[in-house]
Design a protein. Structure first.
Length: 219
């Protein structure tokens, strides 16, 4: 990560496994600490129960999304589990100019696009304490059918191999602790080291075993 003065407005990318609770952590940061702007991503996927257009995502058609691609309207965009996701560029630039730190909740592919364009961006990966807990949270939110949960868990195996590309690694054991840790990284220059090889080998092995079990169960 390129050095950056602590008081300069920052782009902060918060990635993590689907179901790890990063959205809840971001909401807690927004409620507890001041001067953050959250960049609402645009997506072509259908809203989940209780999701609000313009709050959780900007929900659009494939046609509109692809038109914005042609108009260079995204800071980054990517395909993920059969849908497009992207970060509208104008919002990010406007808030940085106003002196606000901008939080982006995006996946690995998009994060790496921004890292190439903006090397000083801070990249943080959020995880559950274990693979079993990740499955529990995905199943527990009850917003997707079992086959979609399985697809997200299979994707998590791929994402585990990308964590080394991030600057910091935060385990979301409790929302409050995770929010405080991420705020400390951004505002105080705190460090959250990347996980050990042993942790990631165990986590990935458990993910693979969970996926194999779900496949046997026809999920």
């Amino acid at each position: 990560m390129t050095s950056q003065k602590q008081n300069e407005p920052k782009i902060v990318i918060i990635s993590g496994y689907s179901g790890c609770g990063k959205g809840t952590v971001i909401k807690r940061m927004m409620d507890k600490y001041g001067n953050y702007a959250f960049s609402v991503s645009m997506t072509t996927r259908d809203p989940r129960d209780q999701e609000i257009d313009g709050v959780h995502y900007h929900f659009v058609t494939n046609e509109r999304f692809e038109k914005m691609i042609d108009q260079a309207g995204f800071l980054e965009y990517a395909g993920y589990t059969d849908n497009y996701y992207g970060t509208p560029a104008a919002f990010v630039h406007e808030n940085l100019a106003a002196g606000r730190d901008v939080l982006l909740d995006i996946e690995v592919q998009g994060a790496m696009q921004i890292r190439k364009k903006i090397p000083e961006a801070i990249l943080i990966f959020v995880s559950t304490p274990s693979a079993a807990e990740l499955e529990n949270r995905l199943v527990g939110r009850g917003s997707e059918p079992p086959e979609k949960v399985s697809k997200r868990l299979r994707r998590a195996v791929e994402e585990s191999g990308e964590i080394w590309r991030y600057d910091h690694f935060v385990i979301n054991d409790t929302v409050e602790e995770a929010a405080d840790m991420i705020n400390g990284i951004i505002r105080e220059g705190a460090s959250a080291p990347l996980p050990s090889r042993e942790f990631m080998e165990t986590f990935t092995k458990e993910l693979i075993e969970i996926n194999e079990r779900r496949e046997r169960e026809g999920k």
